[in-house]
Design a protein around this ligand. Sequence first.
Ligand code: MV4
Length: 447
Amino acid sequence: MFEKVLIANRGEIALRIQRACREMGIRTVAVHSTADETAMHVRLADESICIGPPAAKDSYLSMPAILTAAAISNADAIHPGYGFLSENADFAAKVEEHDFTFIGPKPEHIELMGDKIAAKQAVKDAGIPVVPGSDGGVADVAEALKIANEIGYPILIKATAGGGGRGMKLAHSADDLPECLSTARKEAEAYFGNPEVYMEKYLGKPRHIEIQILADGFGNVVHLGERDCSLQRRHQKVLEEAPSPALNDDARQKIGNIAAEAVRKIGYRSAGTIEFLYENGEFYFIEMNTRLQVEHPITEMITGLDLVREMIRIANGAPLGYEQKDVRFSGHAIECRINAEHPETFMPSPGTIGDYHAPGGLGVRVDSGLYSGYTVPSHYDSMIAKLIVHGTNRNECLMRLRRSLSEYVIDGLDTSIPLHQKLMGEVDFVNGDYDIHWLEKLVGLKE
Ligand code: MV4
């Protein structure tokens, strides 16, 4: 097993990865920018190395700085967490070139899934249902009009190099299409440096449901069920739950097995997530994430598996050691993302924490690097904590979540705790009756 792992990330996920390492007897190296000298992930690591100034491009995104830190500290492996360099195929390749192990997928799979057209084709060939649309990129307006006529309006235009929703354009009719196409191309070029776009039938009221998978290097693959991530604002997830209130056991097993089988066919290794839109009982693939995800804890709570530990074992060359039938699902889990931002205006609210008290008790987990006196820097993402609650069923989970939210004290800055408390009182949410647009309607600040 690795003796020392460098964690190329910050905040709660750096801590989360340290915890798995410590339980496995692996020493940890934290890296940090000058803005993170007092961060908890630095304080709790066995060693820490400053890798640059506050701007992420000069620190957490700097491959030379991170590779140098790994060399200086004599680390065996690097875990990238989520965000930053986690889905950078070049980084994964460089890590291996420098004789460190990348705790994640092979570079070729990161690259494949980063190209949304290639990804869609690959999973389609492997048996996953996809959204009807263009077969690859669209060349010109004439071709676009022809395809649109076949699949019907509205049509969504997406960037090949995109993802996460940026640069998508919705065409309601043939009149809209030429302008949408040209705007989409310009934005794709500006945001992603690649003007290629493709077209899909627009789904109006879907849920966002994603399947977690784990794959070792020997063709063993399991799925760990789904997460419902429909509660989002401006493509930022706000609350996630597992299992989805929209699925029954039959639908769950069916899509889970399809996802696992496809991942096996592709030869994927490590943890990964297949994202679907789900509408009228049908699943439509949209993207695959080749990283550990923010919301992975809810899957851990319902399966009892430590996903980071599994990623480390797999990267070290170990077989999974269990099969699909050994994966047991138990109860219900919900994660509330807590951001340093105003609960109504969503304005970022960096600052210094005064009193701090995290909730606890049965079924309650808080993943966070916060402490009283800590100053939340303004340079990074506003997510400062995740409150994750497990119950034997959804109702118990909700009661426990209300109780936990009311215990949570984070003084000194605005947080999204009041937003979550508001959610807990919404009939549609309590009934599990929501789609990807529901939260934006509730908070009344539609894009
Ligand atoms: C869609 C869609 C409707 N129809 N594709 C947004 C992020 C990107 N990963 C895919 N996205 C969407 N693709 C078709 N064919 C609606 C969205 C979408 C969305 C998807 C998941 C979660 C939240 C969303 C919010 C707005 C739009």
